[in-house]
Design a protein. Structure first.
Length: 275
């Protein structure tokens, strides 16, 4: 099962590189770091498919760090929600695939995001609504670690604990880098685990590129019936492309055609290692 997920992840990473190269604009670093998280959610965990998109009983995903739209678009395409050829229209005039996800243009995007901190706020609202409706829906959201510097995030975190939203799971893409450099140099956010614990959350820390650890963390969330769960996922910015890894310069820089070729070759070599 994990090899199949790894192959999905390779396809998603390749499309992230291809679409950002084509558009000459986008955010590769934080898109590549979140691939395993979205892959596991959409291909293993979440109750979501083409036949239940209009159902209130399905699960929901909110990309709180909306600038990482390429990872969401590439995952939705791999899932069959967005045509492969449409990915290459990223950030072009008139395209549905703008720099931040737009739920009014893409049916499989649950919430429009981009203003940091508002994604988790919307996720709290979705989870609260599901609780009120006695729905079995679960809500998943992905935040950037730099996003945690927004005060609005902590208001939402406080609300989620107050309303005992055990149907809410927040992933932190903890790659430790943001557009201006290292998180701790820009605005320190440590210690994340103790902060979330003090706000009343169930806290799990994992390697965000390990499918087995993602699986176990999500099981912990299901076993928790009184608290929301945060999964602090240690990740590598630019994961899978050696010259992008752990380099804040690739936060919002598009590769050129030569760099694209190097990246695609590396990813295909990675796939060979899974076979």
């Amino acid at each position: 099962m994990h090899n199949q997920l790894k192959n999905h992840a390779i396809n998603i990473r390749k499309n992230i590189v291809e679409m950002i190269t084509k558009s000459k604009s986008g955010h590769p670093g934080g898109s590549l770091s979140a691939v395993e998280i979205l892959t596991y959610l959409y291909f293993k965990e979440m109750n979501i498919n083409e036949s239940n998109l209009d159902s209130k009983e399905r699960d929901y995903f909110v990309l709180s760090k909306g600038h990482a739209a390429p990872v969401l678009y590439a995952t939705l395409s791999e899932k069959g929600f967005i045509p492969q050829e449409e990915l290459m229209t990223l950030r072009t005039l008139g395209s549905k695939l703008q720099g931040h996800p737009d739920s009014k243009k893409i049916k499989s995007v649950d919430i429009s995001t981009g203003s940091l901190g508002q994604g988790i706020s919307n996720a709290v609202g979705l989870a609260l609504g599901a609780k009120i409706d006695n729905s079995d829906s679960r809500v998943y959201t992905l935040l950037g670690d730099g996003e945690l510097q927004e005060g609005l995030v902590w208001e939402a975190v406080m609300s989620a604990a107050h309303y005992k939203l055990s149907n809410l799971v927040a992933f932190i893409d903890y790659n430790k880098l943001q557009i201006d450099g290292n998180n701790e140099d820009v605005m320190g956010i440590k210690p994340l685990n103790k902060k979330f614990e003090s706000f009343g959350w169930n806290v799990v820390s994992i390697d965000g590129h390990d499918f087995k650890q993602i699986e176990e963390a999500l099981q912990s969330a299901k076993n928790e019936h009184k608290k929301p769960t945060v999964i602090i996922a240690e990740t590598v910015k630019g994961k899978g492309v050696s010259f992008m890894e752990n380099n804040a310069g690739w936060h919002g820089t598009a590769p050129n055609s030569e760099q694209r070729d190097l990246a695609i070759n590396e990813l295909e070599e990675m796939r060979k290692g899974y076979l």
